[in-house]
Design a protein around this ligand. Structure first.
Ligand code: ADP
Ligand code: MG
Length: 214
């Protein structure tokens, strides 16, 4: 039996993932948040963690380079989910994908008038799908971070981004105006690996499902 690799998101999700890993019996042998190592052994022989950029998790798992992964629903919808099973909603890293504008911008009126909206986001697919569904024409401006800045500098009329407390929006004179979808992190599994290595993977999937319900 080969090694099982679990791809984890750097950044926000990792913090909430660690207690879950502990409950599943996969405590890392070094602190993955502070270690410079990208591959970290766990207390279970044959299972290792690989720590990658959040948006790269579905790519590693989809290609079978990692057999399991933990990724945000935002990243999964944006990626498309090819080659992946998503058997467990882990209920962690909860937030909402929202449209936000500058305070005082009349979003509903702009939509009703059929104005062409400039939207800055790193979630290009999700944003395109959302506005196509509403029949609103948008000019998408792809950013890689700090989306909140775009309306302030009049790069865009609105942004599409994740919101939890809304503090970052408020600090930048923005307000949420529409929810696109709720987001939480999910366990993902390479589809081919689940067929060829089910005996090894199924117990892990069940352990994650049980740990997530607690
Ligand atoms: P990156 O900057 O690489 O996108 P983040 O740490 O900002 O990394 O986000 C990683 C993941 O954490 C996202 O894909 C999302 O699922 C989750 N996340 C991001 N922002 C929040 C938030 N405000 N509340 C809860 N979860 C979040
Ligand atoms: Mg971020």
């Amino acid at each position: 039996m080969g090694m099982i690799s679990i791809a984890l998101s750097k950044g926000r999700i990792l913090e909430e993932t660690l207690p879950l890993l502990e409950r599943v019996g996969l405590r890392p042998k070094e602190d993955p948040e502070n270690s410079r190592k990208l591959v970290v052994a766990t207390e279970r022989r044959g299972v290792q963690l690989v720590v990658v950029r959040a948006s790269d998790v579905p790519t590693y798992v989809g290609h079978g380079a990692a057999q399991l992964g933990i990724a945000g629903g935002d990243v999964l919808v944006e990626h498309g989910g090819a080659g992946l099973y998503q058997p467990v909603d882990l209920g962690i890293a909860r937030c909402r994908m929202m449209v936000a504008t500058r305070r005082g911008f009349d979003y509903q009126a702009a939509v009703q008038q059929g104005a062409r909206l400039r939207i800055a986001t790193k979630y290009v697919q999700i944003t395109r799908g959302h506005f196509a569904g509403k029949g609103v024409h948008v000019d998408l401006i792809k950013l890689y971070g700090s989306m909140e800045l775009a309306p302030l500098l009049d790069l865009a009329d609105a942004i599409v981004d994740l919101v939890s407390s809304g503090k970052t929006l408020r600090a930048n004179k923005l307000e949420p105006v529409e929810e696109i979808m709720p987001v939480s992190a999910r366990l993902i599994v390479n589809q081919a690996a689940l067929k060829t290595r089910r005996a090894e993977l199924q117990p892990l999937i069940e352990a994650f499902a049980k740990a997530a319900r607690k």
